[in-house]
Design a protein around this ligand. Sequence first.
Ligand code: FNR
Length: 381
Amino acid sequence: RRLKRIYALHDFESAARRHLPKAIFQYVRNGAGEEFSLRRNRRIFDSLLLRPYRLRDVAQRDAGVTLFGHRYAQPFGIAPTGGAAMIRYNADRLEAAAARAANVPYSLSANSITPLEDVIRINPETWFAAYLPDDLAIVDGMVDRVSRAGYKVMVITVDVPVAAQRLAETRAGYTMPIRPRLRVAANVAFYPRWLFGTAGRNFLRLRQPRIANIRPGNGPGLFSRELSAVGGSSGFTWDHIERIRARYPGKLVLKGILRPEDAARAARIGVDGIVVSDHGARLLDHVITPLEAFAEIKAQAGTMAVMVDGGFRQGSDVLTALALGADAVLVGRPFLYASALAGRAGVEHAIGLLGKDIDRGMAMLGVSRIADLTADFVQRV
Ligand code: FNR
């Protein structure tokens, strides 16, 4: 019922705004600084236009792509998003289940209260997106924990050397660790469904919910001061990546690459894939948009899988990136809004909407396979 008027991924944002307390909604929606990059992640598509072929046989279409040895049904996946279970009770689990049913990539964020061992049981193809500190013992312990749990793909998020500042969420009273404030509590009272359905159930079940996946054992609680120290890892460098490469037997992906030099270096040391990403414009305002950085990076990526994210919302956005040479696209916020709104059904609806739009777009462009999309399909204006 809540999904009745949702015709596109864009529609989830306004619907979720009515379902989430202000501080939580802004945490998901907002970007760094004055949100120049957040807007530009969308506006970049204004200058990339698609050039369709006519009268080709497109009766049989397949949008599937192969990534790290697995054939997925769609060329897009669910980006790692921390705090998902605070947005919807069990969101990590239900997103993992929805992704498995639809056979699309799903990445679990380290910054989650759901233990990574639980999620891979729900979806054995889950990618683990790690936030690692510079402490070598913790790094080794986490790498071992991730491979022991059976994760075949580990994504290292490399773009958060220090904790980010985002103004809209800060102004709305969002804090991590959680500090109860009267102003926030007053606003939350208007969202009883979230208060009892998500916050209440988390606290009843876990007493003190913990960020479960940033330590070899149990992580710090959401209220604990220890959590402030987890914000970023400013001493984490290429040396750590080389060490992880030697220790982790699965596919290794670096997320947050925005320079061709970094892509070349990743390729040299045996990394399997990169995500060209500005982290949804949540870290540094006025940073280059992933699509503007893409061509130069792709040229240095060798045989690595190259993914991209930030602002992808409709079929044409995804098809544009694929034509420019991306192996897949990741999408973040819409899936959080979808789970806030309608849980697993919401996430499945979101996957279905984007999948159908891609399929329609392929037919309109005159292509029946993703591999047919080449750079000449895109005209820069
Ligand atoms: C994120 N993102 C993110 N990335 C990551 O590597 N680890 C993480 O824990 C998180 N957490 C997170 C939380 C929230 C609320 C958002 C919105 C995003 C970034 C995410 O993986 C992805 O790069 C962007 O969300 C993509 O941009 P769009 O699709 O949201 O515009």
